[in-house]
Design a protein around this ligand. Structure first.
Ligand SMILES: [Zn+2]
Length: 289
């Protein structure tokens, strides 16, 4: 990079805004010994440093500009330009003082521009930093909140499952204590060779419970259906149940209607919603006790 290109980068360099190739070109140029760029970078750095001071804790562009203005005016007065020039024995102060004022005004205007730009850059950087910090915090909170929602949902699921298990257990206890308890063991048939089931009925409590295991999970368009095969009316619908996994399923069912005597109990696979008489494959069957 040429000297002039490097000079254009100095203001940015003083604010640490140079990166990569530009930063390398500048350090090469300075290492090669350009006094002019070196001096100018130092001045820019001083301006930037005084800006940073003015910004802490609170600075306004007006205050910073006033401060720069004072500094530049003071240095203009102490510079050789401010002393009257001797030409022979004659003093020629008028023209040179105009020149000083003009140079000082130009310098102040330039410095003011740099100061305003630097202030804008620092403010933007600070705002961007605060915004990034805020966004990081919000992202963390969001993640924590989602995690809590997930845990809450899973806890609710567990509570619902526990409630169902307790309800089933209470019903089972109630039936097992009934004076007219009748148990029917269901034996596996061809579609579910490892299936097993037990039906408990109490007409006194008007309750029936079915417990099954070893049945394949219910297909989404089907349902398992329990039947009473009665002496009086043949198959009577007793209840529907689903199998979701490998565990044991306990389901409530209707006891056989009053006056009907169940000879058999059976489980078939039926279209979703159930049928009024068995249409699908039989999975379990047992002779009523
Ligand atoms: Zn240079």
């Amino acid at each position: 990079m040429e000297h002039q290109e490097i000079k254009d980068l100095l203001a940015l360099a003083a604010l640490d805004r140079l990166e990569g190739e530009e930063a390398r070109a500048l350090s090469h140029h300075l290492a090669a010994g350009c006094d002019e760029c070196e001096a100018e970078l130092r001045e820019f750095r001083e301006v930037a440093a005084s800006l940073a001071l003015a910004l802490e804790p609170a600075g306004s562009p007006v205050r910073i500009l006033n401060r720069l203005d004072e500094r530049l005016a003071a240095s203009a007065e102490s510079s050789p330009w401010s002393r009257p020039i001797r030409r022979g024995q004659e003093l020629v102060p008028v023209a040179s003082s105009q020149l000083i004022r003009w140079r000082a005004a130009t310098a102040i205007a330039t410095a003011a521009l740099i100061a305003a730009s630097a202030f804008a850059i620092l403010s933007i950087n600070r705002a961007a930093h605060l915004q990034a910090q805020f966004e990081r915090q919000m992202a963390t909170r969001d993640a924590q909140l989602r995690e809590l929602h997930t845990r809450l949902a899973s806890s609710r699921g567990e509570i619902i499952t526990l409630e169902r298990v307790l309800r089933d257990k209470a019903r089972l206890d109630q039936i097992l204590m009934a004076p007219d308890l009748r148990l029917t063991r269901l034996e596996p048939l061809k579609p579910a060779p490892r299936g097993a089931g037990l039906v408990a009925v109490s007409n006194v409590n008007h309750t029936a419970l079915l417990q099954v295991s070893g049945l394949p999970p219910t297909p989404s368009d089907k349902t398992y259906e329990l039947w009473w095969i009665t002496r009086e009316s043949g198959p009577i619908k007793a209840g529907l149940f689903q199998v979701e996994g490998p565990g044991t399923v306990i389901a409530q069912a209707e006891p056989p209607p009053a006056g009907q005597h169940a000879l058999l109990s059976a489980v078939t696979l039926e279209p979703a919603g159930g049928s009024n008489s068995p249409t699908g494959a039989m999975y379990l069957k047992g002779v009523a006790g």
